[in-house]
Design a protein around this ligand. Sequence first.
Ligand SMILES: [Ca+2]
Ligand SMILES: [Ca+2]
Ligand SMILES: [Ca+2]
Length: 468
Amino acid sequence: MRRTLSGRSVRAAGALTMVFTLAGTMTAVPAHADPGPNIKITAAVPAGSWLRQDHIPIDLTITNIGDARATEVKATGSTYSGPYYGFDLNTWGDLDTNGSGASFEAGESRTYRVTGYIWGAEAGNPLVRIDVSAPGDSDYSDNRADVPVNPIPPETTERVAGQVYGDKNRDGLLSPGEELAGLKTLVGGPGLPQELSVVTDAAGRFSFDAVPVGAIRIVYFHNVPDGWLLPESTMMRLDGSGKYEALSIRGQQPLEKDLQAEIKLNKARYAPGETAKATVTLTNSGALPLSGLYANCEDQGSGIDLKIPQDQWGDFGSAKEGKLAAGQRLVLTLTGQVPEKALYFGKTGLSCTFGGKTYPRGPWTSAEAKVPGKRADARGLAWVDKNHNYQPDEGEGLANTIVTLSTKDKRLVSLTKTDAKGYATFPGVAVGDYVFGVAGPWKAVHDSTIHHVAPPYGWEWWMQLEPR
Ligand SMILES: [Ca+2]
Ligand SMILES: [Ca+2]
Ligand SMILES: [Ca+2]
């Protein structure tokens, strides 16, 4: 039998009954000394600016003020009044009523942070009742706490203001003449009835006098002139404390405007395993020096690009410390091996983005060469999306139709006819990229390029067509 009688009910039952009921488990309990475990709790929402849409915490302090160890200590909470405050899943930890409970030595005290969310839509604030149970607790009067949960009233507003500039001299500061005037500035966010909008003044200043509080409020801009890149969104948590009255929002020109990049390979064709030479030319055509530059040459997952050891990039490698003076042109000569896998794709190359640690949007460039030798059947499906579900279905193949593969310079390479289900097989075609063509009143919906890759890396392509 579980000992779940509280001290109070044991006293009410009388000592004799108790001796019978708990025969063997307890010997004698004096009627008034209340020995044994005695849990006492306090609970409150910790100090902070809580919004109604936050998961609002409650700090629950449990102390065993009794003279014996308390075991199987468990807690529950419920909304006593006001809108419904639901405790988060798994928030109770070892106090959870579905578990075996926590233990507290005599005199021991621990604080738990539990969290919940106000799900109820009604006005006002919840009063949350927390009860903690411990078998044998000698006084249950101190095992309960009522906790007012008082978030910031949702009708609270605050001022949001700041200044926008285009950082022409790239010093990270608003310099004279950099103010962005006449710029449409907006504030939006979940729960706002509508976007708020103002226009920056001659000093690039904007001010919203009363933005309703909320966990997510976003400042953004429309129709930004002269190619300035502003942060796509400036996120704010508005809790009435007025932290966003002096926003400084910096616009930058994209790095690709001043930095030009070009890659050239020393040959048009390579064999697998051959060492290729790439010449990378970087030019700073701007009026200011550039620093913190680096190259990022990510193979798009195919594993056929040249493998350039990082150290060949010098300062432009992993150190990300590349520098170019205004007007400077720099030529880097790199060598890398052509991967074996390139033979199956019929090509290799190098494609790089040139970034800057402090500049947005650098230039991307690439170079490609052939790795000839392999041939394979090129097979795929020509189809028309009759039911507009973006995938080929039964009966959507373009049957018995002449289809072609051509080089990018329009030289016909192979011609065949689709079968009854719309599948075409071009036999023994050299691997590489081709342009797909179709007879009749059809054209490709998307890019008509076929990437023809030999097994085991190849795949059956799908070519979606629509009436011309
Ligand atoms: Ca107690
Ligand atoms: Ca500046
Ligand atoms: Ca379809």
